[in-house]
Design a protein around this ligand. Structure first.
Ligand code: FAD
Length: 346
């Protein structure tokens, strides 16, 4: 909390009263503000975490810089939406357009989350800053669903589906410029180019922006940021720079190494001279359609990843689990999430 307050002061003073869109902003992780940020601790999240979030936001509002809530694991999505709903109707934030939220494209729920957010922006009369990302924790999401014995996976099992979802969601965000300021965070040149054309050539400041991570996508954004006269695309790119000590930044660094090391990752593939250019910039929609022609069905999951219950093949069924973050499950099973510790010991 103290580190975020310090950072907001530093960024706020450096912004010199520029517009929210032109000045630097801050991204926060709610899990860094409260150790019990989870559905089972709903009351504490609302009574302890929410006031901290509000304090930081009022401080950001004082400087008129954007404050953004990072996206974490899929099991925190619903509680983060509850916080956002409460937040958007906060009287002290009325009429302010600096509220930011990150949406991941890899959960299968993504398009519906976007509809929900657009509706919220309309009802609460804020133009929300929405960063669209593909999602950083694909492996952990798959693993968690397997360990918990869930009925399915919360995320797509094939990367091209995430790519298609990203583009479909980008289209939704761009279609409501009065309600959403879209922020497209990607290092994938094909994704970026598609959005560039989707948004149209008549760009105006404040329409949308791209985002990259500090030290990544530099070659790509050198061609994007800058005037048309210089041969660039004249689109802004915000750089996300992590701040902290060596110890606190280590996990961030490891995540980036994993991300870049994955052989499906665009930044990995572009560095591989054996991958032909045509394959690198293949249209994900065409790829999905081509796969459907071979399999006879559209959108089939990857066969190499069995459903969590079928993890042990014909040997035995994986134990079934209850998803303690899923409102439908909780309502259907009659389990009160606050009884979780009792259930575990029982
Ligand atoms: P690409 O190489 O095109 O895509 C890689 C992505 O594809 C993976 O990250 C994963 O999401 C998806 N993918 C890979 N394999 C599969 C598979 N088998 N099935 C389905 N999908 C798959 N991430 C967060 O979760 N929360 C944040 O708050 C967040 N903030 C970010 C801020 C910035 C400025 C940036 C640039 C990224 C941020 N990310 C965040 C990371 C982001 O989610 C992606 O991990 C990263 O940008 C890679 O996506 P890409 O489009 O650049 O690359």
């Amino acid at each position: 909390m103290a580190a975020y307050q310090q950072a907001i002061d530093a960024i706020g003073k450096a912004s010199h009263g520029e517009s929210i869109y032109a000045s630097a902003g801050i991204s926060i992780k709610l899990s860094a503000l409260h150790a019990r940020y989870c559905r089972a601790q709903y009351e504490r999240v609302m009574s302890e975490l929410y006031p901290r979030l509000l304090t930081l936001t009022l401080q950001a509002r004082h400087y008129d810089i954007g404050i953004n809530i990072d996206a974490e694991k899929a099991d925190r999505l619903e509680i983060s939406l509850d916080l956002l709903e409460k937040f958007c109707f906060e009287p002290q934030l009325a009429g302010w357009d600096g509220i930011g939220f990150v949406i991941q494209a890899y959960p299968k729920r993504c398009p519906y989350v976007i509809d929900e957010i657009i509706d919220l922006a309309q009802r609460s009369q804020h133009r929300l800053m929405i960063r669209l990302v593909k999602g950083a924790d694909w492996d952990s999401e798959i693993k968690r669903a397997q360990i918990d014995g869930l009925e399915g996976y919360p995320v797509y099992s094939r990367k091209i589906y995430t790519d298609v979802s990203y583009l479909a969601c980008a289209h939704k965000l761009l279609s409501v410029p009065n309600l959403i300021y879209p922020q497209f965070a990607t290092h994938n040149a094909h994704t970026l180019a598609t959005i560039y054309y989707m948004a149209g050539e008549n760009y105006y400041p404040g329409q949308y922006e791209f985002q990259c991570l500090h030290g990544m996508g530099e070659g790509l954004y050198q061609q994007v940021v800058g005037s048309i006269a210089e041969g660039k695309l004249n689109r802004p790119c915000r750089i996300y720079a992590p701040v902290g000590s060596h110890q606190t930044l280590l996990t961030y660094l490891v995540r980036r190494l994993l991300e870049n090391g994955a052989n499906t990752s665009f930044v990995n593939q572009i560095a591989d001279p054996n991958i032909p250019l045509d394959k690198l910039v293949a249209d994900p929609v065409q790829q999905v359609l081509a796969a459907a022609e071979t399999t006879g069905q559209l959108g089939l999951p990857r066969t190499q990843i069995p459903l969590p219950r079928a993890l042990y093949g014909s040997n035995r069924l994986n134990a079934i689990g209850i998803d303690f973050t899923n409102e439908h499950h909780l309502a259907g099973t009659g389990v009160d999430p606050t009884d979780y510790p009792t259930l575990l010991s029982g």
